[in-house]
Every structure is written in structure tokens, then in C-alpha cells.
Design a protein around this ligand. Structure first.
Ligand code: AP5
Length: 222
């Protein structure tokens, strides 16, 4: 019997490294990466009414209303690719009501990863972050500089990546994180996210390897 694919949630403060770790996880484990923030930014780029509303909340560093976020995430989780290959949900749920909605739709994660990073590092990571609009890759001027001048010249910065806005985003994170954690207590692993991206990934990699072994054993495939 083929084991069930992995279903993982990853959370952490703004700029704690969720997107960076998700790139490494999907590369090795082939899961479908669904990032609530990326879905919202795509919606903004279409110029839709939902996109316009979402941007107002994101500029204030607040949670976008559930009417917009929940269905967006649900639709992606229901796609055949996510069902077949497993999913890696990044930045969702951020409130108990979002967690409850997911449960009601029948989506239960195997593991809830919490990236733990000290606050002074978060601000430095936000301010130095750059994105490549062509490949979607995440860079940092100091920690992950672009590989060529060509890439460097096309990098962009997110509209909410200023020191002032990250403080608002952090405040929202602190308001919600405990409530969300309390819903996933038994499947949560706290990862020290202060080290290099490779050091952080090796902790996550170990946890996922163990989880896969357990799944294989449970399905009788080893
Ligand atoms: P979202 O896009 O999810 O932003 P966020 O949570 O603030 O997280 P970030 O994307 O900023 O950071 P990250 O943890 O992915 O870090 P990264 O890997 O890029 O959400 C944006 C907004 O959308 C929210 O404020 C809210 O308004 C709305 N929203 C989103 N989800 C929602 C939901 N569920 N409900 C309602 N509203 C929602 O790394 C950051 C930088 O650090 C990069 O430059 C990277 O290169 C560098 N870096 C990463 N790891 C390391 C390392 N180990 N060492 C050195 N540098 C590193």
C-alpha cells in the first residue's frame, strides 16, 4: 500500500524563514507549496475586488478577513496535485477560526512546524529581503545575495517589508500564535530558526524523514 502523502503546516513570525525553508522542503520532498501570503499577492496583482481589500489589511500588517483567505486556501488544497503529492501549507492558519475551518473541511496536518527566531534578526531579515519576479526565488542582500548582476538588477522588494510595517506584522503574529499553537499542541515541533538556512533545514529534514518512516510503517509498505 502506498503511504499517505505528507501534510505539513509551517508557521513563524514574519521573515522567520518560512518561504526559504519551503523552497528546500519542496525540492527534497516534492510537496505542493501553498503560501497564504503568495496567494493573496497573486490576487492583488489581478486587480480584483478581493485583492484590493486584502491589500488594505496587508499594508496595516493585519490578518486579511476569513471570507477572502479561507476559500482561497481550501480551493488549492482540493486540487488533485495537492491530494496526490501532499501539501506544505505556509502562513495558514493564523487564527483558531482558520484552523477550525480547515478541520471542518477534513484537512488535518501530520506535523505543525514552528520556526522560532529572535526579534532583532527578524527585522534585519525583512529589511534585506529581495524577490526575483522571474523565478520567485527569495534572496537577502547579506545572507543570500543574488548569483549574478542580471538577477540583482531585477530584484524587487515587498510593499510590506519596511521596519515600520514589520513591527505591525509582528504584533499581529504575537496576538494570534498561542491560540493557533494550542490547537496543534500534540503535533507541533519547535525549530530553532536562528542559524543558517542549511542548519535550520537539517532539523526540519530530520523531522520529515522520521515522519515518512512512521507513515511507511503504518501503511505496511516496509
Ligand atoms: P506572508 O507573506 O505570509 O508574510 P509573513 O508571515 O510576514 O512572512 P514572510 O513572507 O515575510 O517571511 P518568511 O517567514 O516566509 O521568511 P523568508 O523565508 O522570506 O503574509 C503577508 C501578509 O498577508 C500578512 O501580514 C497578512 O496581512 C496576510 N496574510 C497572510 N496569511 C494570512 C492568513 N492566513 N490569514 C490572514 N491574512 C494573512 O525569509 C525572510 C528573509 O530572511 C529573506 O531575505 C531570506 O533570504 C532571509 N533568510 C531566511 N532564512 C534565513 C536564515 N536561516 N539565515 C539568514 N537569512 C535567512
Amino acid at each position: 500500500v502506498k503511504p499517505e502523502p505528507l501534510k505539513i503546516m509551517i508557521s513563524g513570525a514574519p521573515a522567520s524563514g518560512k518561504g526559504t525553508q519551503c523552497e528546500l522542503i519542496t525540492k527534497k520532498y516534492g510537496l505542493v507549496h501553498l503560501a497564504a501570503g503568495d496567494l493573496l499577492r497573486q490576487e492583488i496583482s489581478t486587480g480584483s475586488e478581493h485583492g484590493k481589500q486584502a491589500k488594505e489589511y496587508m499594508e496595516r500588517g493585519q490578518l486579511v478577513p476569513n471570507e477572502i483567505v479561507v476559500m482561497m486556501v481550501k480551493e488549492c488544497l482540493l486540487k488533485p496535485d495537492s491530494k496526490e503529492n501532499g501539501w506544505l501549507l505556509d502562513g495558514y492558519p493564523r487564527s483558531t477560526s482558520q484552523a477550525t475551518a480547515l478541520k471542518e473541511f477534513g484537512f488535518e496536518p501530520d506535523l505543525f512546524i514552528l520556526l522560532d527566531v529572535s526579534e532583532d534578526l527578524l527585522v534585519e531579515r525583512v529589511v534585506g529581503r529581495r524577490l526575483d519576479p522571474v523565478t520567485g526565488k527569495i534572496y537577502h542582500l547579506k545572507y543570500s545575495p543574488p548569483e549574478s548582476k542580471e538577477i540583482a538588477s531585477r530584484l524587487t522588494q515587498r510593499f510590506d517589508d519596511t521596519e515600520e510595517k514589520v513591527k505591525l506584522r509582528l504584533h499581529t503574529h504575537h496576538q494570534n500564535v498561542e491560540a493557533v499553537l494550542s490547537m496543534y499542541g500534540d503535533i507541533t515541533i519547535k525549530i530553532d530558526g536562528n542559524g543558517s538556512k542549511e542548519e535550520v533545514f537539517s532539523q526540519i529534514d530530520n523531522a520529515l524523514t522520521n515522519l515518512l518512516e512512521q507513515k511507511k510503517a503504518a501503511s505496511g509498505s516496509i
